[in-house]
Ligand binder design. Structure first.
Ligand code: NAG
Ligand code: NAG
Ligand code: NAG
Ligand code: NAG
Ligand code: NAG
Ligand code: NAG
Ligand code: NAG
Ligand code: NAG
Ligand code: NAG
Ligand code: NAG
Ligand code: NAG
Ligand code: NAG
Ligand code: CU
Length: 563
């Protein structure tokens, strides 16, 4: 493991007390990384454009750590944009200052500024991702986080011969900031991407020498694919010709092994799957294609392709093909989603809250507000909201305002239920206007929360992958239509529901999650389709400090960027 060596040597040179004693001399408990945010001219789809990258790489560098390690990432911003980085899914217990969403937990790093994200990885192992959490920079500013189990602790599944990171993303020929700015001006939806990518490559493109990414395998061996959806706006189907995948983990939590020929993965989600190279020889097509079951919502319909290439197979031999599901294959998505279960073993129990202190129902959907300057939108603009509140970004971070008692930045009156009851999944009301606000929902330390996320038919019903910062949650229920507390709560799974940090609210339906508010701070909850986040589908929970030791938010680091 070259990574750990370099980590050890670096730690030695820095004379930090970073490394633990013998016998694991090459093991490092403090992992130092340096992220230089720089522009890089990159060629994809046969055209070159400058993109924002970490260390000139697309996708960015993989961050390796072990459970219980300390991670210190020194980020230096060399580009013209304001930047912040989020460690998606890392719980950040008491260290909200290192979470990353701009204006929620920190002010961004302005050009020339440096900030060291310093956090521990506690009680988590598996695959997560890091990504920019400001503007649309996430399109190219992202990479994998690989958290290995503690030294000497095995996986609860057969040890793979090798591990491979597979990052799915979207590529625009244009500059992505130009794409979203154009949309905000017009009031309409932004242009869809021009290609999907697998580890940075779209696959063969007409008139282009690009052949797509190659995953090399040896016959008979087993591989752990660490699959990440880093796309901005699209849920994806992922498939490999003539090979099944056995899912063993999602969002860095172990699941009961699930064998499938297709996985569904939303932006922000991660999936670890075992694949056995049981074909001995040949080349097999790998596809990443969009899942979208709302007919009027445009998607990038270009399937990204890569090749599973057995060693010893001639480059000239033909590739065994596979047909990806159609973009409206709800049944494929439902089957996969409904089959996921927590491993819930003795060693990795599912600690589902059995009683609930705060029962919440949040609608998640779109809306239409007036916009006199939006010519293309006929004087109105598409927006999005939760419980009819279109979240307005503050100009200083909520966490700062909370910690330093700065008033006037946010209010704590985010509604626990929709302010107006209507047939959420029926014909939407004629008035689709929303209300602006910077509102949070306040929770005492250690409170248990049940949150039902209810899709609405405003403009159109749509699947929303909702991401919660600072916590994992259990997905205890899911259904179509309007959530009916009396009837639907009876069928909740409180035994082995899947534990995640990002969950899809089905189009025209609802999802119920439970979590324990055992992490003090301010935690963002938002749709992980970047277009919906931009339009305002976001809010935050404010979790108070507890009374005991180790139950308070730590003070901010001295290099925390200022607004
Ligand atoms: C990067 O690409 C742009 C065109 O997109 C070009 O104008 C510029 O000269 C290139 N820069 C470098 C260093 O190649
Ligand atoms: C990380 O854990 C170590 C060891 O328990 C502790 O000393 C340190 O303060 C923690 N760091 C943060 C940022 O919480
Ligand atoms: C968006 O698409 C339209 C139509 O294809 C095109 O004219 C426009 O230039 C695109 N916008 C950007 C920012 O690429
Ligand atoms: C590819 O090149 C051919 C001939 O040069 C041209 O006719 C065709 O339009 C090009 N296709 C694309 C997608 O650019
Ligand atoms: C793949 O898994 C499915 C179950 O999802 C099973 O029906 C099928 O037989 C398996 N195919 C192969 C090639 O193992
Ligand atoms: C993608 O496919 C859907 C239907 O399958 C279609 O409505 C939509 O226009 C297509 N998008 C583009 C950009 O071609
Ligand atoms: C999916 O879309 C196709 C047209 O693109 C349509 O024929 C088919 O009925 C749709 N399937 C579902 C399940 O809606
Ligand atoms: C809502 O906030 C947006 C900025 O986020 C602003 O453009 C708009 O005018 C506001 N609308 C109202 C009714 O205040
Ligand atoms: C809501 O609308 C749906 C679709 O039109 C309809 O089937 C359902 O009966 C309505 N529910 C109520 C409570 O009115
Ligand atoms: C949302 O708020 C707007 C502005 O106050 C109001 O006009 C609209 O009726 C509300 N809609 C719902 C569904 O609560
Ligand atoms: C949190 O609440 C649970 C009961 O819901 C209790 O067992 C536990 O001790 C509490 N933890 C703390 C740190 O207060
Ligand atoms: C960058 O962030 C600072 C601090 O929040 C802000 O004042 C400034 O306007 C931002 N710059 C841009 C270009 O948005
Ligand atoms: Cu959404």
């Amino acid at each position: 493991m070259g990574k750990q060596h370099s980590c050890w040597f670096r730690a030695l040179f820095l004379l930090s007390v970073a490394c633990i004693s013998l016998p694991s001399l090459v093991e490092c408990r403090v992992r130092h990384y340096k992220f230089n945010v720089v522009m890089k001219n990159t060629t994809r789809l046969c055209s070159s454009k400058p993109i924002v990258t970490v260390n000139g790489k697309f996708p960015g560098p993989t961050l390796y750590a072990r459970e219980d390690d300390t991670v210190i990432v020194k980020v230096v911003n060399h580009v013209k944009y304001n930047v912040s980085i989020h460690w998606h899914g890392v719980r950040q217990i008491r260290t909200g200052w290192a979470d990353g969403p701009a204006y929620i937990t920190q002010c961004p790093l302005q050009t020339g500024q440096t900030y060291s994200y310093n956090f521990n990885i506690t009680g988590q192992r598996g695959t997560l991702l890091w990504h920019a959490h400001i503007l649309w920079l996430r399109a190219t500013l992202h990479g994998a986080i690989v958290i290995l189990p503690k030294l000497g602790v095995p996986y609860p599944f057969p040890k793979p011969d090798k591990e491979l990171v597979v990052i799915l993303a979207e590529w625009w020929k244009s500059d992505t900031e130009a794409v979203i700015n154009e949309a905000l001006k017009s009031g309409l939806a932004p242009n869809v991407s021009d290609a999907h990518t697998i580890n940075g490559h779209p696959g063969p493109v007409p008139n282009c020498s690009s052949q797509g990414y190659t995953l090399p395998v040896e016959g008979g061996k087993t591989y752990l694919l660490r699959i990440i959806n880093a796309a901005l706006n699209e849920e994806l189907f992922f498939k490999i010709a003539k090979h099944n995948l056995t899912v063993v983990e999602v969002d860095a939590t172990y699941v009961k092994p699930l064998e499938t020929d297709t996985i569904v993965i939303a932006p922000g989600q991660t999936t670890n799957a075992l694949i056995t190279a049981e074909r001995k020889t040949g080349k097999y097509l790998i596809t990443a294609s969009p899942f979208m079951d709302t007919p009027i919502v445009a998607t990038d319909n270009v399937t990204a392709t890569a090749t599973l290439h057995y060693s010893g197979t001639l480059a000239s031999s033909s590739t065994t093909l596979t047909i990806p599901p159609p973009r409206n294959a709800t049944s494929v998505s439902d089957k996969f989603t409904n089959s996921l279960r927590s491993l819930n073993s003795k060693k990795y129990p599912a600690k589902v809250p059995k009683t609930v202190d705060h029962k919440l129902l949040f609608t998640a959907g779109l809306g239409v507000n007036p916009c006199p300057t939006c010519k293309a939108g006929n004087g109105s603009r598409a927006v999005a909201s939760m419980n009819n509140i279109t979240f307005v970004m503050p100009t200083i971070a909520l966490l700062q305002a909370h910690f330093f008692n700065i008033s006037g930045v946010f209010t704590t009156d985010f509604p626990s239920n929709p302010p107006t009851v209507f047939n959420y999944t029926g014909t939407p009301p004629a008035n689709m206007a929303t209300k602006n606000g910077t509102k949070v929902y306040r929770l005492p330390y250690n409170a248990t929360v049940e949150l039902v996320l209810q899709d609405t038919g405003m403009i159109a019903p749509e699947n929303h992958p909702i991401h919660l910062h600072g916590f994992n949650f259990f997905v205890v229920g899911r259904g179509l239509g309007n959530y009916n507390a009396r009837k639907d709560s009876k069928s909740f799974n409180l035994v082995d529901p899947v534990e995640r940090n990002t969950v899809g609210v089905p189009s025209g339906g609802w999802t119920a999650i439970r979590f324990r508010a055992d992490n003090p701070g301010v935690w963002f909850l938002h749709c992980h389709l970047e277009v919906h986040t931009t339009w305002g589908l976001k809010m935050a929970f404010l979790v108070d400090n507890g009374k005991g030791p180790n139950e308070s938010l730590l003070p901010p680091p001295s290099d925390l960027p200022k607004c």
